[in-house]
Design a protein around this ligand. Structure first.
Ligand SMILES: O=P(O)(O)OC[C@H]1O[C@H](O)[C@H](O)[C@@H](O)[C@@H]1O
Length: 576
């Protein structure tokens, strides 16, 4: 169907649209480029479900595209046995515009299929949703969030019964069912009152909070340390206008961190994120307000969580006492070092322990792990793969999960959650900071010690935007070109190995070998003769190709120069 016909269908169904969407439908037609983009194609399920700008259209996040996905999930569940189906679905949502409305709409669609729904009575973090699925023994979960994207976006994630993001093979069934819904306006809903009275809709909140908080108490490794040092540690915390606000105080207090100063202006649930450009805890500017407050109260560290509280960013004082934002990889290295060292000291480092990371994350935690005879398992980008590895370890009883992370600021320690959990990460960071403070050191000092011991492993990610309708096609083409003309050197340094995760082949020493331990993914990873690695992949959540570079040298300065040079050389190649 062409986009004009698609608009005509939306217009014909005007009476089903809420007022704001009616207005937006009229407005969008005055801008042909935007209208074409919104109506000429359908949203796709990416790394983490669907994420898009909100507005009318089949390629936008709105009541009807959210409805289509939920109807897909409902039809998948219709195929289950009655007992399985009756386990129901847990739904949560973040602080964004329309998040609560979308969540209720999902409940009404599932309810129409006689699927029980457990809907949070107010916004809650993504990790709490993941926990709630297992806690309530539900069959699936839905989270309405666009994570750290800007305010125009919203998103939709589906979780499976293990609390992890639904694995691709199940998502495919949902996607196939979605494709059968050719008219988005035909998806039926039940009324909320009806569902409430029939018992199909249950509101959850406080009980699940208490159960989740109790589990969060098990994250600490050395409770005695927290008891003795927790009172002295000064933390400035910002929930960046999102769900972290709901539980942070109890989380810190229950774990003996009493001096937590919240950034009051960012503890307001504001879907416009009016104090920041984007609610992304990886950017320096996101910490501006927090930094001011941290200087006033002489805080040791700043912790920020994104609006759905699954990712976490940290700023620490450097040797000049100025706050510096750590990268996702640096946070992972510091936490890995602390977990392994403290467990080792306490005699709690079990044999067959394992950390899990994505293939585009730093090699430094792997090197630290090796030093403690702990395995490091690599998985594809997407926390669901870390969830799958945890499940595998549990099922086969072949190992003990200690820590999972991605360079994109996602961390998990305890498997009562099967996605990244910023609350767990906040706790372990506070404990780590307390550990070093006890020795008169900061987390910045900790990072320097790690570099000195293991080498300067430094990584940088940059991305190339591919907006617009033909963006996805252009990204695929770019990857294809790099596959058909394999690079042999970069900046004069030979490329010794190339892994192609789509064709599942590894090119090395003029040989091509097949590898099948990962699902197929559009990723190319290059290994250079000097130990540098580069990876390139189209993002699954944004219209971007991401370039990741990791180097290992003997000084920070040498690492920075090396990274700049390689990144530049590769970027030049891509834009030629
Ligand atoms: O690099 P992308 O495909 O955009 O994904 C970036 C991140 O997106 C989401 O937050 C996923 O849950 C993460 O697992 C993933 O690392």
């Amino acid at each position: 169907m062409n986009w004009q016909d698609n608009i005509a269908i939306w217009q014909a169904n005007q009476e089903k649209l809420p007022d704001y969407l009616k207005k937006e439908l009229t407005n969008i037609q005055t801008n042909q480029a935007q209208a074409e983009e919104a109506f000429s194609t359908d949203l796709e399920f990416g790394t983490a479900g669907m994420r898009a700008i909100m507005g009318p259209g089949s390629n936008r996040l709105n009541l009807f595209t959210v409805g289509q996905a939920t109807e897909g999930l409902a039809r998948l569940m219709d195929k289950l046995s009655d007992t399985e189906k009756k386990r129901g679905v847990v739904i949560s949502y973040d602080s964004r515009f329309h998040s609560a409305e979308f969540a209720t709409h999902c409940a009404q669609i599932l309810g129409n299929h006689h699927i029980p729904v457990f809907l949070f009575d107010a916004l809650r973090p993504t990790p709490e949703l993941s926990f709630a699925i297992r806690h309530l023994k539900a069959y699936a979960g839905i989270m309405i969030t666009a994570s750290h994207n800007s305010k125009e976006y919203n998103g939709y994630k589906i979780y499976g019964e293990d609390g992890g993001q639904m694995p691709p093979k199940h998502v495919q069934i949902v996607v196939d069912e979605m494709a059968k819904i050719t008219n988005l306006f035909e998806v039926e809903t039940a009324s909320v009152t009806e569902l409430e009275s029939s018992g199909l809709l249950t509101y959850i909140g406080e009980d699940v909070d208490q159960a989740y908080l109790a589990k969060l108490k098990t994250v600490s490794i050395n409770e005695e340390l927290n008891k003795s040092q927790g009172e002295d540690l000064k933390i400035v915390y910002t929930p960046l206008h999102g769900t972290g606000k709901m539980l942070y105080r109890q989380v810190f207090e229950m774990n003996h961190f009493k001096q937590v100063y919240v950034v009051a202006k960012q503890a307001i649930l504001d879907p416009g994120f009016s104090t920041i450009k984007t609610p992304n805890p990886e950017f320096m500017e996101t910490f501006d307000l927090a930094k001011k407050q941290a200087d006033e109260v002489e805080a040791d560290l700043i912790i920020a969580t994104d609006p759905d509280a699954d990712r976490l960013g940290v700023a620490v004082r450097n040797s000049q006492q100025k706050f510096e934002v750590l990268t996702g990889n640096q946070i992972a290295a510091i936490v890995t070092q602390y977990i392994l060292e403290s467990r080792h000291q306490l005699g709690q480092l079990e044999p067959n322990s394992e950390i899990v990371k994505s293939i585009v994350s730093s090699e430094l935690p792997a090197k630290i792990a090796a030093d403690y005879e702990v395995t490091c398992c690599d998985v594809l980008t997407g926390f669901k793969y870390i969830g799958e590895e945890i499940e595998r370890l549990n099922e086969t009883q072949s190992g003990h999960f200690l820590f999972g992370f991605e360079e994109s600021y996602g961390y998990l320690l305890k498997d009562f959650v099967r996605d990244k959990d910023a609350m767990q990460a906040a706790l372990i960071l506070a404990e780590t900071a307390a550990f070093y403070k006890d020795q008169n050191k900061t987390l910045y000092d900790a990072m320097q010690e790690i570099y000195q011991k293991y080498g300067y492993f430094v990584e940088k990610t940059c991305s190339f935007e591919f907006e617009g309708l033909d963006g996805a096609k252009k990204m695929k083409q770019l990857m294809q070109n790099l596959r058909s003309q394999l690079l042999t050197e970069l900046n004069g340094t030979p490329i010794v190995k190339i892994e192609d995760y789509l064709n599942q082949v590894c090119h090395q020493d003029q040989n091509t070998q097949v590898f099948t331990e990962y699902p197929k993914a559009d990723v190319l990873k290059y290994y250079l003769a000097d130990g540098t690695w580069l990876a390139l992949r189209p993002s699954g959540t944004e219209p971007k190709v991401k370039l990741y570079v990791g180097v290992e040298t003997d000084s920070q300065q040498a690492a920075d120069t090396k990274i700049e040079n390689y990144q530049q050389a590769f970027s030049d190649l891509m834009t030629q």
